[in-house]
Ligand binder design. Structure first.
Ligand code: C2E
Ligand code: CA
Ligand code: CA
Ligand code: CA
Length: 282
């Protein structure tokens, strides 16, 4: 249908207005979101490709706003990083996620070995309290440090490398895993894989997306990352798996772990027990 220029302008104007209102809400109300009990953690399962079994979850934060509805992290994490709010928010997410996985380990048969992955911003790695915050969260939840994975992006490793190396080495010595998130999207040299105490690589969704499709480079890149990860003794996780065809390719390339909408989006904690019961019956 042909839309008049005037109508387009009105639609455009409304969308712009909504975005500006959201931005304003994020900036003014985010500092109160934790105490107002508006933040939620959702959990996306991660699977072992060979067995098809869930081996843990990635914690992903959301903001349940009274007027704007459920706000995704891409709309407020960047602001939280600018203002420094990410430090208390990140610690809150970590504590929620570790306590949650502890409950599942106790309550659900088959969940005993589940791991919990939590995203860390560059800003949090510069926070002097991070190491003790992570240690306290692990002790408070009463779980094995080896059940915890901290996800960082390559840009963290490329930034203030000396400081990041110190911080990550201290975190790693707690016994937690360190994953490089969105692997392959940065332009750093791979030498950091030797220097940093990394335990997993998460292949970015943009590569998974291209598997089995028209992107002739995606396959060889994923295969090379998988082979390198294996050679270095790292766990390799493919993100954003949406089709059975992508899964078949990943399996052929011996990628060990995967997550994506093929299995499940991130779920509210309350839905996980029924979800797990349902997949166990199949
Ligand atoms: P990420 O860490 O790369 O997380 C993966 C994102 O991809 C999530 O989006 C997830 O819901 C989405 N996803 C998972 N499977 C699929 C799939 O099969 N197809 C597609 N199209 N998407 C999929 P989400 O939850 O919106 O999170 C976006 C980003 O926000 C995350 O990217 C992460 O960088 C950041 N983030 C989320 N929670 C936190 C947090 O607690 N702390 C920090 N610092 N960052 C967070
Ligand atoms: Ca992540
Ligand atoms: Ca990622
Ligand atoms: Ca990402």
């Amino acid at each position: 249908a042909k839309v008049s220029g005037r109508n387009n302008a009105i639609v455009f104007d409304e969308a712009m207005h909504r975005r500006a209102a959201l931005r304003l809400a994020v900036e003014t109300e985010l500092p109160r979101a934790i105490e107002r009990d508006q933040l939620q953690v959702h959990y996306q399962p991660v699977f072992e490709v060979a067995s098809g079994e869930p081996i843990g979850f990635e914690a992903l934060v959301r903001w349940q706003h009274p007027e704007h509805g459920l706000i995704g992290p891409d709309s407020f994490i960047p602001v939280a990083e600018e203002t420094g709010q990410i430090v208390p928010i990140g610690l809150w997410v970590l504590n929620q996620a570790l306590q949650q996985v502890k409950r599942w380990k106790e309550e659900l048969s088959g969940a005993e070995k589940w791991k919990m992955s939590v995203n860390l911003s560059a800003r949090q790695l510069q926070d002097a309290g991070l190491h003790s915050g992570v240690g306290d969260a692990i002790r408070a939840a009463g779980i094995e440090p080896s059940a915890v994975v901290l996800e960082i992006t390559e840009s963290v490793l490329m930034g203030d490398a000396d400081q990041s190396l110190k911080t990550l080495t201290k975190l790693r010595s707690l016994g937690v895993g360190i994953a490089v998130d969105d692997f392959g999207t940065g332009y750093s040299s791979l030498s950091y894989l030797r220097r940093f105490p990394v335990t997993s690589l998460k292949i970015d969704r943009s590569f998974t997306d291209g598997l089995g499709g028209s992107d002739v480079h995606a396959g060889p890149i994923v295969e090379a990352i998988a082979a390198m990860g294996r050679a270095l003794g790292l766990r390799v996780v493919a993100e954003g798996v949406e089709t059975a065809e992508q899964l078949a390719e990943l399996s052929r390339m011996q990628v060990q772990f995967a997550q994506g909408y093929l299995w499940s989006p991130a779920l509210p904690a309350g839905q996980v027990p029924a979800w797990f019961a349902a997949i166990r019956c199949n």
